[in-house]
Write a protein that binds this ligand. Structure first.
Ligand SMILES: *Cc1c(COP(=O)(O)O)cnc(C)c1O
Length: 460
């Protein structure tokens, strides 16, 4: 399979480059040159597979030259052995909906599903090629933890994680900062998540710097993450017995990553009806999908910090698709988003979007109410992100089998849960040690040169 940048189709790349670079040199995102689709017979043959088998079948066509099927199978098994569920995820019925629990990995959020795999891909590649890499990543709380857990202690790799100081939950921070391995570096930035993301972007764009440290990224635009995430759409779809009704997914999202993975699954042939983009009050994606107005506003802090974002990086992949894979047009749209902070979507394009995507946004009160209602009715605690996905189905009113992606374990967000139901959600016993362990991180100003200096001094 060949890949191109959404901003320049004339140059082709292989999975190795797509995976290691993350972002194309022209600032675009990598996408397959030609879309991949299973035929009906192939799709049928995937039903009934266990999670690991299914993952291999879905991931294999995208990584052909990078790893053979035998090694891929081994890597998938290794990656998912760290999960507390045999088949990685769980699907439970709650009221009239299904909840797809994706948080049974080592850091209690869905990001482990992709990141465990990426960590092992790095190890596999670096060992074979005798290279060293420094990973630099911005986090709104969960990516960093998942990445650290996937990379810690691995040879030939260091990881630097930038998180917004005092803007992630204490449990989110502790899961990252209590890790002791000496290839892990936590940095708290005096700024918000978008500041952290912009710092990382600038470091990548500084070719001298990024080359000098052999920098690589694992943020949610990394294509390898997207493919790994599309697997659970297939897996949960196949678990639903009643196929007489359409199957819809509601996805709590900020960066448009997880929901794009669902869209990719649909493009691969999985007959998903609608994908519901569920946002908190940082609702740029909701305004884009419901009114055609992709307009950046100021980020506000919410109870669901992993979605406190006003730049939905992965949206560029959809823009590219909607504009018939026109790289020049995508490039100019992205330029105007950067300079003017907006993209107005015309009616025809919006119709196209709405054939796949609907959206809803929840304010803080609605989030708290949802957590408390669901708890009272079902004795089940939803984390604030999942609560947004859950309630989104009440706003968009779709008939069918409605599946909510549960993206994090409630114990990761103790303040939100306490506010909603005056209770604590207990951490799984495997993670309770983080509460009392010593933390280790540096606080640095929101300044590119300071960060670069800090990282350079620590690269071994
Ligand atoms: C990262 C994250 C999200 C949003 O993921 P996107 O990549 O923006 O789709 C939602 N919920 C939780 C708990 C997360 O950690």
């Amino acid at each position: 399979m060949n890949y191109v940048s959404t901003r320049n189709k004339s140059k082709v790349f292989k999975f190795k480059d797509v995976f290691l670079k993350g972002l194309a040199d022209d600032g675009g995102l990598f996408v397959p040159e030609v879309e991949f689709k299973f035929n009906d017979e192939q799709l049928n043959s995937l039903k009934g597979s266990d999670y690991n088998q299914l993952a291999k079948e879905i991931i294999s066509p995208f990584v052909d030259d990078f790893i053979n099927d035998h090694d891929l199978t081994k890597i998938i098994e290794k990656s998912y052995s760290s999960f507390r569920k045999n088949n990685v995820i769980d699907l439970i019925k709650v009221e009239d909906r299904f909840i797809l629990e994706l948080f049974h990995g080592p850091t209690l959020a869905f990001k482990d599903v992709a990141m465990q795999l990426l960590g092992n891909f790095y190890e596999y590649y670096l060992e074979k090629n005798n290279e060293k890499i420094n990973i630099v990543v911005a986090t709104s709380g969960d990516t960093g933890a998942a990445a650290i857990e996937a990379i810690k202690g691995k040879k030939n790799l260091n990881i630097f994680v930038l998180h917004p100081h005092n803007r992630i939950s204490s449990v989110q921070r502790k899961i990252m900062t209590t890790v002791k391995d000496n290839n892990v570096f936590n940095i708290a930035i005096n700024g918000n998540f978008d500041d952290c993301q912009n710092l990382v972007k600038s470091m990548f764009e500084d070719r001298n710097f990024s080359k000098s440290i052999n920098m690589s990224g694992v943020n949610s635009i990394n294509w390898a993450r997207i493919i790994a995430q599309s697997v659970y759409y297939f897996y949960s779809y196949f678990l639903i017995q009643d196929k007489t009704k359409p199957i819809n997914f509601s996805v709590p999202t900020g960066n448009f990553g997880d929901v794009y993975a669902g869209y990719l699954a649909k493009k691969m042939g999985l007959p998903i009806n609608k994908l519901v983009v569920a946002t908190n009050q940082n609702d740029i994606l909701h305004r884009a999908i419901s009114e055609g107005k992709y307009v950046s506003e100021k980020v506000s802090e919410t109870l669901s910090p992993s979605m406190d974002i006003q730049i939905a990086s992965n949206f560029e992949r959809l823009i590219y698709d909607l504009n018939n894979k026109d790289d020049k047009l995508t490039s100019s749209i992205m330029k105007s988003i950067k300079t003017d902070g907006l993209y107005i979507i015309d009616e025809t394009t919006l119709k196209k979007i709405n054939s796949d995507f609907l959206s809803a946004s929840l304010n803080e009160n609605e989030v708290l109410k949802t957590i408390s209602n669901v708890y009272t009715k079902n004795n089940l605690i939803l984390d604030p992100h999942t609560a947004i996905g859950f309630a989104a189905f009440e706003k968009v009113k779709l008939d069918g089998n409605n599946i909510v992606l549960a993206t994090a374990h409630p114990s990761k967000f103790p303040d939100a849960i306490n506010k909603a139901i005056k209770m604590n959600a207990e951490l799984p016993k495997e993670l309770q040690y983080v509460l009392s362990e010593k933390e280790n991180y540096d606080i640095i100003e929101n300044n590119l040169e300071s960060i670069k200096k800090h990282i350079t001094e620590r690269v071994k």
